[in-house]
Design a protein around this ligand. Structure first.
Ligand SMILES: CC(C)(COP(=O)(O)OP(=O)(O)OC[C@H]1O[C@@H](n2cnc3c(N)ncnc32)[C@H](O)[C@@H]1OP(=O)(O)O)[C@@H](O)C(=O)NCCC(=O)NCCS
Length: 180
């Protein structure tokens, strides 16, 4: 198992199928919070397992953050790249999602995850990573700003969540070493 980084009281390592349950639980907290995603369908550990088994999983970094719990280390966050578009010309662009468990937010777990994730994307050959963020999600916007993302602009009324049309901010970060 590759440990990418030890920082801010947590260890960042490659995620693995055995992490599927806490990954799903953390994602579901984010879904319920209604500030992170248009998704409203909660995921099971089996759903997460299928992410690891996807044909393109090997080329998309998927990292977890662990911290010491009462008895053992616990997964408290994750970050995952996924394909941007199927066209071959976009093969080096990845979308990403980052989620920290509610009880661990604001303790720089997200910061540690992104610190390890960007070099992992570079090693995987990505030249750009991007995401879309609800404008109200100040923690996510601050995290991306801290890690060199540019806010490209807004998609207006991108989709409806609980009957309300929501804008999103597009963020992108070039990985310049892969552009030379
Ligand atoms: C967004 C998220 C991943 C950030 O991770 P985190 O561990 O809580 O954030 P960190 O403690 O590393 O802080 C990162 C930055 O956000 C800022 N921040 C943290 N919580 C904040 C809050 N509630 N409001 C405003 N800024 C906040 C920090 O000050 C820090 O900024 P800085 O580097 O300029 O000092 C986490 O809050 C989360 O999982 N939220 C719910 C899911 C989500 O929104 N995911 C992103 C989907 S696009």
């Amino acid at each position: 198992m590759t440990i990418h980084l030890e920082r801010n009281g947590c260890w960042i390592r490659d995620g693995e199928p055995a992490d599927a349950e806490p990954i799903a639980a953390i994602y579901n907290e984010g879904i319920r919070g209604r500030q992170a995603t248009f998704e409203t369908t909660e995921r099971t550990a089996d759903d997460v397992m299928s992410w690891f088994l996807a044909s393109d999983a090997a080329r998309h970094p998927f990292l977890v953050a662990e911290r010491d719990g009462v008895t053992d280390r616990q997964v408290v966050g994750w970050v995952r790249a996924s394909a941007y578009r199927p066209r071959v010309c976009y093969a080096g662009i990845a979308e990403f999602s980052v989620y920290v468990s509610a009880s661990a937010r604001g303790a720089r777990v997200g910061d540690a995850l992104m610190t390890a994730f960007i070099p992992a994307c570079e090693r995987a050959g990505m030249w750009k990573i991007l995401s879309r963020i609800f404008p109200e999600n100040l923690a996510s916007r601050a995290l991306c700003a801290r890690h060199g993302f540019r806010e490209v602009g807004y998609y207006e009324k991108h989709a409806s969540l609980d009957g309300a049309w929501r804008d999103v901010v597009i963020v992108e970060r070039l990985i310049t070493t892969n552009l030379i």
